[in-house]
Ligand binder design. Sequence first.
Ligand code: NAP
Length: 315
Amino acid sequence: MKAVVITGFGAEPQLAELPVPQPGPGEVLVRLHAAALNPFDWKVAEGALKDVAEHSFPLVMGSDGAGVVESIGDGVNRFRPGDTVYGQFMSVRHGRGSYAEYALAAEDGKIARIPDNLPFPVAAALPTAGVTAYQAIEATRLDTGHVILINGASGGVGQSAVQFAALQGARVLATATADIAGHLRELGAHETIDFTAAPTAEQVLAAHPEGIDAVLDLVTHPGGDIGALAGLLKPGGIFVSTNHAADPEALAAREIRGVNLSNNPTRAELEALADLTAAGKLRVTINTEVPLADAPATVTRARTGPARGKTVILL
Ligand SMILES: NC(=O)c1ccc[n+]([C@@H]2O[C@H](COP(=O)([O-])OP(=O)(O)OC[C@H]3O[C@@H](n4cnc5c(N)ncnc54)[C@H](OP(=O)(O)O)[C@@H]3O)[C@@H](O)[C@H]2O)c1
């Protein structure tokens, strides 16, 4: 099978020919038709997990994918060949990922069936970004009328988070450059903040001097300064980071709840997300679709390029 691999930490992604893996007991082999890129994919390629897990090289890149069950291992009874499924397929210990024509998953792992009318590229774009957005907005415990700032709203997680927050009845402030501000308002943002025009916190403070209820920060990196954004919160507010930038103890001293979120999809959440998307209630923007042959160059570009939605590899 063809796959996009790296041969070591920090190596350039490249196309490779690998044997099709065979499902062991409890495993499902999926013929993937689409895989989606996430920033986590190149963070892993650069070694983000090297101190916490063994890696096998060549390492197939990627986590998210969608396709059709090709075969099943002994003892599998939840899935059958021919089922359409999607989910997360990364296993660095085994050198496995989703930028490949075939991928293995544990039947009780992070995969779920998808409705027939959900196209593979859309399904592939959902697992990490959609689940993270859903779990982050759940963590904020928003109520009708609460005001939330979504910092990094124009990207994959942010666009879904805007929709989930609006569905909760919150007033949504979304960071966006001018080219994508209209799209975010269509998704449910009430106010957009051009973070290239002036610091986001200054703009939010000017519009909401009384303070806001929640911040979902998708931008600040570990060790980065969240002071100005956290300073926008009223006592009792909540700060959620997807990049472990929050210091819950320091925030608690200011009566703010700090959460560092690591997405961890359940099958029920994946099923619900797929149903919601198939029903048109969650909109996923696919910015770029590329064939597998162009994937290495696309992955390299995506590391530094702007993100206006999801990039999907067609397999
Ligand atoms: N912990 C977890 O489980 C988990 C799960 C998913 C994602 N994440 C992390 O969460 C972050 C967001 O993920 P993603 O998939 O949404 O990434 P993405 O698709 O690359 O989107 C990031 C967005 O942030 C925008 N941005 C960059 N600098 C900004 C700034 N200073 N102010 C406001 N917006 C800014 C970018 O805009 P431009 O393109 O214009 O620069 C881009 O639209 C990533 O760091 C990712 O690794 C963590």
